[in-house]
Write a protein that binds this ligand. Sequence first.
Ligand SMILES: Cc1cc2nc3c(=O)[nH]c(=O)nc-3n(C[C@H](O)[C@H](O)[C@H](O)COP(=O)(O)OP(=O)(O)OC[C@H]3O[C@@H](n4cnc5c(N)ncnc54)[C@H](O)[C@@H]3O)c2cc1C
Length: 436
Amino acid sequence: MNRCPEVGDIILQAFIARRQLLRESGSFTGIRVIGSRYSHDTFRIRDFLARNRSLFTFLDLESHPEVGELLGRFGLSVQDTPVVAWGKQVVLRNPSNREIAEALGIRRPLEQTVYDLAIVGAGPGGLAASVYGASEGLSTVVLERTAPGGQAGTSMRIENYLGFPTGITGGDLAERAIVQANKFGAILSVATPVVSLTFDNAYSVLALESGESIVAKCLLIATGAEYRRLDVDGCARFEGSGVYYAATPNEVQLCQGAEVVIVGGGNAAGQAAVYLSRHARRVYLLIRGNDLYKSMSAYLAHRIEQTPNIEVLLNTTVRRMSGDGRLASVEIVNSETGETRTLETPAVFSFIGATPHTDWLPVEIERDEKRFVRTGPAMAQSAHWTARRQPFLLETSRPGVFAAGDVRSGSVKRVASAVGEGAMAVQFVHEYLKEK
Ligand SMILES: Cc1cc2nc3c(=O)[nH]c(=O)nc-3n(C[C@H](O)[C@H](O)[C@H](O)COP(=O)(O)OP(=O)(O)OC[C@H]3O[C@@H](n4cnc5c(N)ncnc54)[C@H](O)[C@@H]3O)c2cc1C
């Protein structure tokens, strides 16, 4: 497609239009997921498919009477659920994300070669680097743990990214970037978590969870960050069945017409509140501090104040979660007055303090006190810096290893800056390779 752009463009447009038609037809079944809406594994599978933008139909054991008969046709019973079925060719019982990715062909076979550039993480930063790297002739591989798009992929409306005056969903943005990266020949493999990094002379060696390894001349760390787990009594029990870290159509189905609770005072919490207010009866937005405008963009805080079914509770935190098998209520407390209150709710959405994905990195890659990766000229002072030159702007304490986006110490936590840094990092990769 790259070599013959005229034909390539026609094929690309036809595929994009076909997919859009299928999605909008309302009658396309695609992959079937059969399971209970209260099961953790059913949620995991739906979440994985949704985040990877696979068209699927969910058949809920709790509300679809025909499910038993359908399972019978596959020779299965309710005990085998969750089941993922694609026609009769693919029938998987409680598959892992990796098994699903392999069946869908989105976990790519990886060559035993030395890549020019390996990128870990396919959020906006990693995707931007993959587009620039591949389009500029570097052999580029992108290894993604869950789904391309990263944190941005879970946003239902990004309004401050240049060029989209009426906003764009993170999913749409990611989808466009994936097509672009593929078009230029980047190899993007999902359900491919990297578990450790070592070095073989000047090369980076990435160990994958599957036991395979990838070797590259240059490495870009673009593993971003994720919201911290709520440190609340009972929380762990309800993750995936009442406690969520994203507010997308997948989660919305579970809280139609109900009262829901959102914890956090940043833009992610604000966006989730506005989005959920269109589906839930009432949204409680719990903020630990006493000012809605402190960490949230003014346009968003203003919108929240104007939405009648969002109630902002300042100086408030969650103390306890309760329910029998699934979340039923949360106890909240006001830190100023000490007053407690119980809210009946099937869903709590948490967007508090992001922590970086850097546990897989070795000591050679210096991190700050909050575990974000340090980069730039100051790295020349590091005991691990081995080159005679000054480090490039996005270079870590190890020559040839770069970091971009939210994972980088001191970065601006925004889509545009992650994209910009991903693109910039490729420029430094060229410089590094030229020097070698
Ligand atoms: C709900 C929400 C709404 C937001 N809205 C906006 C907005 O409106 N405007 C804005 O500018 N910003 C917004 N942000 C912030 C923005 O999304 C982030 O700043 C941006 O996504 C950072 O991009 P990144 O590529 O650095 O990292 P991330 O988006 O965090 O992506 C990192 C990727 O790395 C993967 N990964 C992690 N560890 C590994 C590993 N070991 N192996 C392989 N892969 C791994 C992760 O699965 C993830 O896909 C929002 C964030 C959230 C959560």
